[in-house]
Design a protein around this ligand. Structure first.
Ligand code: GDP
Ligand code: GDP
Length: 434
C-alpha cells in the first residue's frame, strides 16, 4: 500500500508548487488529452524505492473568505484524517501568521503525524528562518524551496521515514484484480452484490493491502477474479440507506491496487467533475478500464439517446474503454461485463513481440511518414515492449525528439488496432539511439 501524503496550509504558501515537485513523473499518458480535466489535487511520486501518493488540499473547496480563520473545511479535515502523513506548509518569508496558528492547532487536535515545512527559504540561513516556527508546537521545521527544488529529496525522505521500502516486485497475479469505483450512490454496492450473488465466492474477507479493504475471490465460468472491496461497499444481503462518505484517498488507493478498474456512472445524473477527476486518475495510473452506466432501467428512448450523446462528448478521452449500460438493481445488461473485464485485462498484460511491433511500425511509417522537424526527418527503426499494465511501446530511431504529439497518437492507434488492445491505455515513448 502506498502511503498518502496530504499537503495543507493557507493559500499562497506554495502548496501547488511543492505538489508539482513531488509528482513530476509519469505524465506521458495524460498529456494534452482533450476533454480531460487535469486534476492537480492528487498524483503520485517515488523517492528511491518508496512510492507514494500526494494530495493537495489547496483548492479542494472554495476558499471561504469570511470566517476562514475559524474552520478548516470538511473535505480538508477528512483528508487530514485519512492521511498517512500530513505536510503543513508555511511561508518562511512571511513568518508565522495568525492563520498558521489556527491551522496548527487543528492539526495538533487531529492526532496525526505532522511534518512542518517552511517554504520559500532559498538564499536564507536555515537555522534563522526556521527558528520562529517552533512556536507552532509541531516539532522540527524542515526548510525547503519548492520553487528552486532545494531540499525536496530530503523532505520526501523525512516524510516517508516510517514507511518500509516497496516490496519486491511480486509476479503479477494471473487474473483480473478488479476495483469498482465511482461517486457515492451510483450503485457500486448494488453492483457488487449482484455480481457476487451470481458467482461462486471462494474466499471472503481476506484483508487487502489498502486500509479498510478486503479481497474477494470468485470464479465465473472457471475463470478466477479478485474483487477489491472497500469497507462500506460490501453490504451483502442487507439494505442500508446510509450514504457512505466519499473518500478520495481510498478511491485512489483502490485504483492503484487493481489491474482493472470498473468506473460506475449514474445515468440519472449528469457526469460531474468528480467523475472526470476519477477517470483522470485512472488514466494517470494506466490501469485497464471498463465503464458502466448504471440505473439504465426505467428510462425512455429519448432520455437514453440524450445520455449517450453526453457520454460521447464528455468521455471522448476514454474511448479505448468498453462501455456497458446496465441496471445493477435488476441485473440487466451485465452479461458482457466480466468478458469486457477479461478483454481489458488481457490487453493490459499483452505480450507484444518485437518483430510484430517493428513490422507494424514500419508499415505505419510507410503509410504516413513523420513530418520533418527543422532540417531533418525523424527515422524510426524498430519498436519493442517496455512494460505492461499499461503496455509501454518504445520506438527506437534518430531525431525522434522532433516527433509531434499528433504523430505519437497516430502510432498509438496503429499499435492498438494491430494488437487489438481494447480496454487499456497505451504508452508510446521514443528513444534516440540504439
Ligand atoms: P498555494 O496557494 O499554497 O498552492 O501556493 P502556490 O504553489 O500557488 O504558490 C504561491 C506563490 O508562491 C506563487 O507565486 C509561487 O511561485 C510562489 N512560490 C512557491 N514556492 C516558492 C518558493 O520556494 N520560493 C519563492 N520565492 N516563491 C515560491
Ligand atoms: P453506492 O453508494 O455507489 O454503493 O450506491 P448503492 O449501491 O448504495 O445504490 C444507491 C441507490 O441507488 C440505492 O438506493 C440503490 O437501490 C439505487 N440503485 C442502485 N442500482 C440501481 C439501478 O440499477 N437502478 C435503479 N433504479 N436504482 C439503483
Amino acid at each position: 500500500m502506498k502511503p498518502t501524503l496530504v499537503l495543507v496550509g493557507r493559500p499562497n504558501v506554495g502548496k501547488s508548487t511543492l505538489f508539482n515537485r513531488l509528482t513530476r513523473t509519469r505524465d506521458a499518458i495524460v498529456a494534452d488529452i482533450p476533454g480531460l480535466t487535469r486534476d492537480r489535487h492528487y498524483g503520485q511520486g517515488r523517492v528511491g524505492n518508496k512510492p507514494y501518493l500526494v494530495m493537495d488540499t489547496g483548492g479542494l473547496e472554495p476558499v471561504i473568505k469570511e470566517g476562514i480563520l475559524h474552520a478548516m473545511a470538511k473535505q480538508t479535515l477528512q483528508a487530514i484524517d485519512e492521511a498517512d502523513k500530513v505536510m503543513f506548509i508555511v511561508d518562511g518569508r512571511q513568518g508565522v501568521t495568525a492563520h498558521d496558528k489556527i491551522i496548527a492547532e487543528q492539526l495538533r487536535k487531529s492526532g496525526q503525524k505532522i511534518l512542518l515545512v517552511v517554504n520559500k527559504t532559498e538564499g536564507m540561513a536555515t537555522a534563522v528562518v526556521t527558528a520562529e516556527f517552533y512556536e507552532l508546537g509541531l516539532g522540527d521545521p524542515c526548510a525547503i524551496s519548492a520553487m528552486h527544488g532545494d531540499n525536496i529529496q530530503e523532505l520526501a525522505d523525512l516524510a516517508l521515514v516510517d514507511f518500509p521500502d516497496a516490496e519486491e516486485e511480486t509476479p503479477e497475479s494471473k487474473h483480473p484484480k478488479i476495483a469498482i469505483v465511482g461517486r457515492p450512490n451510483v450503485g457500486k454496492s448494488t453492483l457488487v452484490n449482484t455480481l457476487l450473488g451470481e458467482e461462486r465466492v471462494i474466499a471472503f474477507d481476506q484483508p487487502g493491502t489498502t486500509r479498510d479493504s478486503i479481497y474477494i475471490d470468485f470464479t465465473h465460468k472457471d475463470k478466477q477474479y479478485t474483487l477489491i472491496d472497500t469497507a462500506g461497499l460490501r453490504r451483502r444481503g442487507q439494505v442500508h440507506e446510509t450514504v457512505e462518505k466519499f473518500s478520495v484517498i481510498k478511491t485512489l488507493q483502490t485504483i492503484e491496487d487493481a489491474n482493472v478498474v470498473v468506473l460506475v456512472l449514474d445515468a440519472r445524473n449528469e457526469i460531474s467533475d468528480q467523475d472526470t477527476h476519477i477517470a483522470g486518475f485512472i488514466l494517470e495510473t494506466g490501469r485497464a478500464l471498463v465503464i458502466v452506466v448504471n440505473k439504465w432501467d426505467g428510462l425512455d428512448d429519448y432520455q437514453r439517446d440524450t445520455i449517450k450523446r453526453e457520454l460521447n462528448r464528455k468521455l471522448a478521452f476514454l474511448s479505448f474503454a468498453q462501455l456497458h449500460y446496465i441496471s445493477a438493481l435488476h441485473g440487466t445488461g451485465m452479461k458482457n461485463l466480466l468478458p469486457s473485464i477479461d478483454t481489458a485485462y488481457a490487453a493490459a498484460m499483452a505480450h507484444l513481440p518485437t518483430p510484430k511491433l517493428t513490422r507494424a511500425l514500419i508499415a505505419a511509417v510507410e503509410k504516413h511518414p513523420p513530418p520533418r522537424g527543422g532540417m531533418s526527418r525523424p527515422k524510426m527503426r524498430y519498436a519493442h515492449q517496455g512494460g505492461s499494465n499499461p503496455p509501454l511501446i518504445i520506438v527506437h530511431g534518430s531525431m525522434l525528439q522532433h516527433v509531434p504529439e499528433t504523430y505519437r497518437r497516430y502510432l498509438e492507434n496503429t499499435f492498438r488496432e494491430t494488437f487489438e488492445l481494447k480496454g487499456t491505455p497505451l504508452r508510446v515513448d521514443f528513444k534516440v539511439g540504439h
